[in-house]
Structures are given as structure tokens and as C-alpha cells.
Design a protein around this ligand. Structure first.
Ligand code: ADP
Length: 394
């Protein structure tokens, strides 16, 4: 059982890793999945994240054997399973709408797979009790599925899938039909169960919040291609393209076209919204990494601050609209006519029409080449003493 962080470190070199190598799948001549190279580490919870139609379910179906690849290979550890039918792959699946037998009780549903696999009776009971306990469904083992709530049914579906002890557990938007509160609760359960059992899991979702919340690593897909794979904080702090930056994050990132400028020995980025004074270390880092003075600078709304008084680095803006989330407020601002979003703690309450001054936490910014839209510089990676003194959220 995993109890500490060291235990859960992922092993990129494990011989049990599952690999997709140059996998392709077309439907009607169109690539649903294109040259997919992805490794699922042993015991990891990998989330495949992407918008609708990006090829997530197809990737999952290729792993399950529900779809067969047009090209490429799939390995489960050393075994090439590319041509292997679903029932021989030792996988389990859970979908948004479950495949339980509605008129049978929970017990019968969970045991069904084990009966088929001719698992000995005493082992069946033992395993069922284990998953029932893990998923807190032991109180209603004798209830029929059609007498359960949506959340309870998904718990049973997960139990039924886990009881088989699969090599790979595939989940395709399993909580999408549940309300937000229940979804969060079940996600938490899944993370805990994953830790406890150490099952290798692949979880498909279009919901970036869900992905950031539960993943060991996230694989971001767009238009059938893998765009970025890495730990959640890496995806959040170092999105490799402006597309990933826009897709991942609790609030829409500000992407400002701009130009680096030096004035009186000080570094600025000149944008449509105004001229921001940039932290010297970040300015130097971005300048060195970018091919020209032109840039798209990515500023997450949550890494800004608003102030009633201007500073040498701030940009003036007007409050256009605001939304109060309880612990924070999202301000939609107009700076020089350009849109800018800021999310700040609730204790700074400005009204629509108020003038405010926008400060940026430069140590959290990301800088893109405007021609390729690819990441040139993530200020997080700033080395040396300047990083230590760059302003956090003051
Ligand atoms: P996602 O899971 O990210 O929403 P999918 O993998 O379901 O994306 O779909 C990727 C692309 O492949 C889409 O354009 C979709 O229309 C197409 N597609 C998926 N499955 C089929 C199918 N069985 N027949 C035809 N087209 C399909």
C-alpha cells in the first residue's frame, strides 16, 4: 500500500509500462489519432485531456481493443497487444453511462466478471468485499442497480471494473453525468483508491479542472495529436503552446501581443493594453530566449494584483465587469480598450467603472514566439538569485 510520496514516484523505465508507438487510426479517411506516441507508466494515473473530438476516446478504445490501430504498435509491458482482442488484454473500463445490469443487485453485478473468469468462489467473495469496502458500497450489496442513485451506480461500476484486477483500468469521462459536487467527491475517491491499489489508470476527460485535480501526469491532445505530456503543474506552469495555455487553467489566460522595450535601463513589454514594467530577471530571460523583440506574453489572471495607486510597472485599466466566487473575484478589465482578466482575493472589491492599476507577478508568466506560438520562456524556470526576489503575489 502506498503511504508516502516516495512510494508513488513514477517509474519511467519500468518494464510493465504500457506504450503506444506511432499509433494511427482513421475514420472516413480522417485521422482520429495521428502518430500517437505515449507511455503510461506502471501504477500511474494518466489523464488524457482534450476538447471534444480531439481523439481521446479513440486512444482509449485502441488501448482496450474496442478499436484496432491502422498503423503502429501497442505494448503492455513486453507484450505486443496491437492485434489482441479486448477480452485478452486484461483491461477494465468505466464509461459515463455504466453497463451494469439494472435488475440485478450490486453483488451480482460485481461478481459477474469473476464468475466468467472462473475465479474460485472464496476468492470471489474476498475480492468483492475488498472493492465494496474501498468504494463504500458494502451497505447496499443486496440492492438492485435501478434502486441506486447516479453516484452510487458509478461507484458500483468502478468496483465491478476493479474487482477483475486489470493490468490497465480505462475510464472515459466516468463522472460527466454527475453534478459538480458529487463529481468532486468521486474524483477524490478515485485518487485514494488509485493510491491504495496501485492500479495503472488512464482517465479521459475534456475537463481541465478534473485533469489538474487528479492526474499524476496529463497528456494533452488536440486534433488527434499529443501536444504535451507532463505532471499537472508542468502543464499549468509551462504550457508548450499558446493553445495549451488557453485550454488549461481555471481562468482564461491573458495572451498579449507585445514588444520588448528598454527605456532608461529598465525593461518593459509594450502591449495594446499598455506598457508593463517587467521584473529584470524575467525580462533578461525572455529577451535571451526569444528570437526577436516581438512576443506573446501569457499572464494568468490568478497571477495579477490590482491596486488603487499606480506604480512604475503597472498598467491602468477600468473595471468592465466582475464575478464574485466567494474566495476570489474575477475582474474583466478594459486597458486601453484591450481586454484583460484579473482574479484577486475577495478583500479587494472594486466596482464596475472603477479605475484600477494592474500589477503582474512576472515570475509566473510564460513567453511565446509570436510566429510559432511555441513556448520560448517560462519565468518559473528562471535560475539564480533574481528568481528569489521576484514579486510573488504581494
Ligand atoms: P474525443 O474523445 O476527444 O471527443 P473521439 O476520439 O471520440 O474524440 O473522436 C475523434 C474524431 O474521430 C472525431 O472527429 C470523431 O468524429 C471521429 N470518430 C470517432 N469515432 C468514430 C467512429 N466510430 N466512426 C467515425 N468517426 C469517428
Amino acid at each position: 500500500m502506498h503511504t508516502n510520496i516516495a512510494d508513488t514516484a513514477l517509474d519511467a523505465t519500468s518494464t510493465k509500462n504500457i506504450r503506444l508507438v506511432d499509433v494511427e487510426k482513421k475514420f472516413n479517411g480522417q485521422h482520429a489519432v495521428n502518430k500517437l506516441n505515449l507511455e503510461i507508466f506502471d501504477q500511474e494515473l494518466l489523464v488524457v485531456l482534450g476538447p471534444s473530438g480531439s481523439g481521446k476516446s479513440t486512444a482509449l478504445n485502441l488501448l482496450s481493443g474496442l478499436e484496432l490501430a491502422d498503423a503502429g504498435e501497442i505494448y503492455f509491458g513486453p507484450d505486443n497487444v496491437t492485434e489482441l482482442p479486448t477480452e485478452r488484454r486484461e483491461i477494465s473500463m468505466v464509461f459515463q453511462s455504466n453497463t451494469l445490469y439494472p435488475h440485478k443487485n450490486v453483488r451480482a453485478n460485481i461478481l459477474f466478471a469473476l464468475k466468467i473468469a472462473k475465479v474460485p468462489q472464496d476468492v470471489q467473495e474476498q475480492r468483492m468485499n475488498e472493492v465494496a469496502r474501498l468504494l463504500h458500497i458494502d451497505q447496499y450489496l443486496n440492492r438492485r442497480i435501478d434502486q441506486l442513485s447516479g453516484g452510487q451506480r458509478q461507484r458500483v461500476a468502478i468496483a465491478k471494473a476493479l474487482v477483475k484486477r486489470p493490468k490497465l483500468f480505462l475510464l472515459d469521462e466516468p463522472f460527466a453525468a454527475l453534478d459538480a459536487m458529487l463529481r468532486r467527491e468521486l474524483r477524490g475517491e478515485l485518487v485514494r483508491i488509485h493510491r491504495e491499489l496501485g492500479t495503472t489508470m488512464l482517465f479521459v476527460t475534456h475537463d481541465q479542472e478534473e485533469a489538474l485535480a487528479i492526474a499524476d501526469r496529463i497528456a494533452v491532445m488536440n486534433e488527434g495529436e499529443l501536444v504535451q505530456v507532463g505532471p499537472p503543474l508542468d502543464i499549468y506552469n509551462r504550457p508548450v503552446t499558446t493553445w495549451v495555455a488557453s485550454f488549461v487553467g481555471p481562468h482564461s489566460i491573458n495572451l498579449l501581443d507585445g514588444e520588448l522595450q528598454t527605456d532608461g535601463g529598465k525593461g518593459y513589454v509594450l502591449t495594446k493594453a499598455g506598457r508593463f514594467g517587467v521584473d529584470p530577471g524575467v525580462f533578461a530571460g525572455a529577451g535571451a530566449a526569444l528570437p526577436s523583440k516581438r512576443v506573446v506574453v501569457g499572464i494568468r489572471p490568478e497571477f495579477t494584483a490590482l491596486s488603487a495607486t499606480p506604480s512604475a510597472d503597472s498598467v491602468s485599466a477600468e473595471v468592465y465587469s466582475r464575478q464574485n466566487f466567494g474566495s476570489s473575484v474575477l475582474y474583466q478589465l478594459k486597458a486601453n480598450g484591450a481586454d484583460f482578466r484579473a482574479v484577486v482575493p475577495v478583500n479587494h472589491l472594486y466596482d464596475i467603472g472603477d479605475r484600477v492599476n494592474v500589477e503582474v507577478s512576472w515570475s509566473q508568466t510564460v513567453w511565446y514566439d509570436p510566429d510559432t506560438r511555441k513556448l520560448a520562456y517560462a519565468a518559473m524556470d528562471e535560475a539564480g538569485p533574481r528568481a528569489a526576489v521576484s514579486p510573488a503575489r504581494a
